[in-house]
Each structure stands twice: as C-alpha cells, then as structure tokens.
Design a protein around this ligand. Structure first.
Ligand code: FAD
Length: 504
C-alpha cells in the first residue's frame, strides 16, 4: 500500500499535520511514532502523568537525550524530549505563546516569503482554537505565582491582559495555556480526533523507529522503519519528517543528506550535500534562582494544592535587558515544586534569554537509528558574551522582583545562588556554571534560500535538491521566536498543511 503522505514522528507538529491532512484534505496518511500511541482521551489509555497539566512529568516517556550545556560545564544536562504520540506537547508546561511580530517579519527579511506575522497569524488562531488555549482566571493563580506578579509590577513591569499581544514589549501576566479541565491538551488530543481516527484514512504505526528515507531518482518514495527488531518499508507519495529538532536532522543524515564529511565519516553514501543539516541548533538558555518560602506561603500553597488545582508554572514576565534594541529579550517565570515524600515546597525563578545569538549543533554518531545523537548546544558561546550579559541583567531584575516578598517575610531567602552573592563577576560565574535549557530546541534544519549554504528547506519546508521530501517541525524555524515553542510547532503544521496536501 502506498500512502498519500508518510509522516516520520507523531509529535507536536506531526500529530497536528496528520490530523489536518486526513480531516481537511481527505488524504491517506501513515503517522510513524517511536513511542506509544494512547488513542483518544475517551479510550482511557492515556497515563495520568501525561494528562495532569499541573506538573511536568519527570522521566516519563523520555528519549534520554543529554549533553553539555556549555563547553566548560562540569556536568551533563538532560535535554528532555518526549517519546510518545503528541511528542513534547504531551509532557510540557502548556504555556501557549507566539512571540513578537518582528520575529516573523524577520523570517521574511532573511528570505522566507509567506511567513510574515500577518501571514502566520491565521494559522496561529486556528492552532489556538484546536489546542483550547485560554487565559487562566485570577482565582487559579497560586500564592507563589502572585509573588512574581506583584514583584514584577512593583519593579515597573506593566500587568497586561494578554501576553500574546504580539506588539507589546514588556508585560507580566499569567500566561495563556492549552489546558482544558486540568488536562494537558496535547496536539494528539487536539488533532487526532475520533473523527480522524475512525475515518479509515489514518494509520498510526507506534513504537516504530524511522531509520532513513528511501529514494528513487532523487525523489523520496518511502521510509525504512524498525519495529520489534524487524525492518519495514513504508511507501508514500510524499514523505514528511516531523521528528523534532533533535530527530529530523538524524533521519536526513542517515539518508545521506547533510554535510558530506559527516555523511562519509559514518560510512554512508551521499544523497545530497546540505551542510546546514544539524547546524544552527538554537534554544533559549536559562538559569534558575531558588528560594525558601515562609511557613505562611507554604501553608497557603498546601491549602490550594489540597483543593485540587495548584499548577507549578503560570506567571511569566517579558522584559528587556540592556542588550536589547527591539521588542524584548528576557522571560522571567516562576515554578513551584512540591516534594510528595517530604511535603516540602521549593520555589524557583527562572531567567531565560529569549533572543540568543549562540548557536549549537546536533549530529548522529553512527548509522544506527537507535543510537542517540551528539547534542552540542554551545550556550553562551557567542564571541561578544552577549547571551551571558542578558542573563546577568535578567538575574538582577528577577532579584528586584522577589525583594518585596523577602522584605515582607513571605519569602525567607534566596538559597541559590544565595543573596550574599552580589558581585558581578561571581554572578557571571554562577550563570556560566549553571546555565540550563528552556527546552525549546529548534532551527537545526533551518528554512532559507537554496543559495544559502546552511539552508536545509525552502519556504514550503521542502528539502533543497530532493523532490517530495518535506520537514515540518520546530527544526525549520529560520530564527527562534521569542516564545515557548509548542504553539509555534503547531502553527508550522497549520501553515504547511495546504502546500503539503497539494503536493506543491
Ligand atoms: C519539559 C518540557 C517543557 C516544555 N514546556 C513548554 C511550554 O510550556 N510551552 C511551550 O510552548 N513549549 C514547551 N516545551 C517545548 C515544546 O513542547 C516543543 O518545542 C514542541 O513540542 C516541539 O514540537 P516538535 O513537533 O518540533 O517536536 P516533538 O514534539 O518533540 O515531536 C517529535 C516526535 O518525533 C518522534 N521521533 C523522533 N525521532 C523519531 C524517529 N526516528 N522515528 C519515529 N519517531 C521519532 C518523537 O518521539 C516525538 O514524538 C517544553 C518542552 C519540554 C521538553
């Protein structure tokens, strides 16, 4: 059987794309996912930790990716990704943001027509409706989240109605979320509906690892898949890679598409030289400040938790560092952690540079699809030290926002790095040694003109030099937007579905 479209990776973009192609274009689609498929919500098969939107599940359905955040890091960092239908949308923080209009207008300026903010906005609106994005009510905001909300306002950040006002520069609010009745409304629940699943036009092949693409005369005609130790071949008129920013470059490289020296060094035949495959890897570097709360704060948090709904993550500040010339370049957000065994609360304030200039890479280590790639984010590696300077500004701003609660006794103290560390050099060292990840890897198969040496796909997601091979996920962003990347990954599927369906 030959499918109209074969999609490699049933994650955020892949699930959305599959649903749209079946439902709106009447196509026969095979969706191949390395992890399990739990069906619709009504099936009752979804594990509770994936559904519970109040907390990010730890170590559940994880790929196990890790690496050094910086070249001087002493310890390896976990670069979490979910191996399950719905992908990372099935285990993430559910913050649903789209960034600043300039992010997308810049995509057009650097050679990607069709992606201006005005053009992607309708795709965003459809994605938001499907994902049931809503604004949290005031009564949902936890006492700890209120500490950041009030502290940011006291430091001069305006409280705004909607952090998705794409023209706004700074602001603080509870972020919009894709949470419905406490359920993390992931891309599989949103797009692989009963109607789609019962149409007879969708086959979900789960627990199946896509190895490489099959070609005939420089045209993609299928994929080779490993399932239960057996290799299968799935044929399609169009092949779409939606394996995410760490996964899609690997499938291309195993298919002989990439930097010739990497492809040849692994003993593979070169299909198409595209040196940008796996390069330009971008994420938002982040650093975490830890606080101890007062008994009063802990008691109100526990009370709210016992009432049934006390999400870890809600309030977010968009702010501007001294390095920023347009829009904003900082996210500051609060995360509470409850330890079930000790009943202790930990309070964290994360500071992230959302317009970073450092770039990393992700490349396969061997031709074996089961071997995890080498991920080298190279955070803070830009020559002028700008990303570190942004984080330093952000840490100082975050401390100012927390000070009123410390002064009032609601928060007891900052325990990491510790309020006594105020010296600029010591703070820089703390950031450099502790920088982590916001979990937004992207841009590793970046979109651009074929004349650009590092461009991998064109403005329709088509791989340069190969027919009927498309990439549709966060890896194709030409530059990372100033936003969390789940909603953007769904937007990309909404935006590309018509051209993929038309075989353009
Ligand atoms: C802990 C965490 C918290 C986050 N919180 C937020 C948040 O609050 N808001 C937000 O906007 N974003 C958040 N994100 C980021 C966001 O969820 C992701 O950027 C987005 O989901 C990426 O979508 P994608 O389709 O590109 O990749 P994914 O969703 O990762 O999909 C890739 C899929 O491909 C599958 N796959 C990979 N390789 C293969 C292969 N060889 N064969 C078959 N299948 C394969 C994977 O199993 C996966 O299902 C978070 C991410 C993490 C990890």
């Amino acid at each position: 059987m030959t499918f109209d479209v074969v999609i490699a990776g049933g994650g955020t973009s892949g699930s959305a794309l599959a649903g749209l192609l079946v439902e709106q274009h009447g196509l026969k689609v095979c969706l191949i996912e390395a992890g399990p498929d739990y069906g619709t919500l009504a099936s009752g098969n979804w594990p509770s930790d994936l559904l519970d939107a109040s907390s990010i599940p730890e170590d559940s359905h994880a790929w196990g990716y890790s690496g050094l955040a910086t070249h001087s890091a002493k310890e390896s960092t976990s670069f979490d990704r979910a191996k399950v239908i719905g992908g990372c949308s099935a285990h993430n923080g559910c913050i649903a943001l789209l960034g600043h209009y300039r992010d997308y207008d810049e995509w057009v300026n650097i050679g990607n027509p069709g992606w201006a903010f005005g053009a992607v906005r309708p795709s965003y609106l459809r994605a938001m409706e499907r994902l049931r994005v809503r604004q949290p009510t005031k009564s949902e905001i936890t006492p700890f989240q209120s500490v950041l909300l009030k502290g940011a306002a006291a430091s001069g950040i305006p409280i705004v109605d909607d952090l998705n006002d794409s023209r706004e520069l700074t602001g603080v609010a509870a972020a919009p979320v894709n949470i419905a009745d406490g359920v993390r409304w992931n891309a599989a629940l949103a797009y692989l509906t009963d109607e789609v699943r019962s149409s007879g036009r969708l086959m979900v092949l789960d627990n199946a690892l896509v190895d490489r693409v099959e070609f005939r005369d420089r045209r993609a005609v299928g994929v080779f898949v490993r399932r239960d130790g057996v290799e299968e071949r799935i044929r399609g008129n169009r092949i779409v890679l939606s394996a995410g920013a760490y996964g899609s470059p690997g499938i291309l490289e195993r298919s002989g598409i990439g930097d010739p020296s990497i492809v040849h060094s692994l003993g593979l035949d070169l299909t198409q030289a595209l040196p940008g495959v796996g390069e330009n890897l971008t994420d938002h570097p982040a650093v975490c400040l830890v606080y101890r709360g007062s008994d009063e704060l802990n008691a109100t948090m526990t009370e709210m938790r016992q009432s049934g709904w006390c999400p870890d993550e809600q309030v977010l500040v968009k702010s501007v560092s001294s390095q920023c010339e347009d829009a904003f370049d900082l996210h500051i957000y609060a995360v509470s952690r409850f330890n079930q065994e000790t009943s202790d609360w930990e309070y964290q304030i994360h500071v992230s540079s959302v317009f970073p200039t450092s770039r990393g890479s992700v490349h396969i280590r061997s031709a074996d699809p089961a071997e995890l790639p080498e991920i080298d984010h190279r955070f803070l590696s830009n020559a002028d030290g700008q990303d570190l300077a942004v984080l330093l500004d952000g840490v100082r701003q975050a401390r100012r926002m927390m000070q009123p609660a410390i002064d009032s006794g609601l928060m007891v103290e900052e325990t990491s790095p510790g309020g006594e560390i105020t010296d600029r050099e010591e703070l820089r060292q703390f950031i450099a040694e502790n920088v982590g990840i916001y979990y937004h890897p992207a841009c590793s198969c970046r979109m651009g003109r074929s004349s650009e040496p590092d461009a991998v796909v064109d403005t329709f997601g088509r791989v340069h030099g190969i027919r009927d091979l498309v990439v549709c996920d966060a890896s194709i962003f030409p530059v990372l937007m100033r936003a969390n990347t789940n909603l953007p990954a769904v937007m990309v599927a909404e935006h590309l579905a018509p051209s993929i369906a038309a075989g353009r």
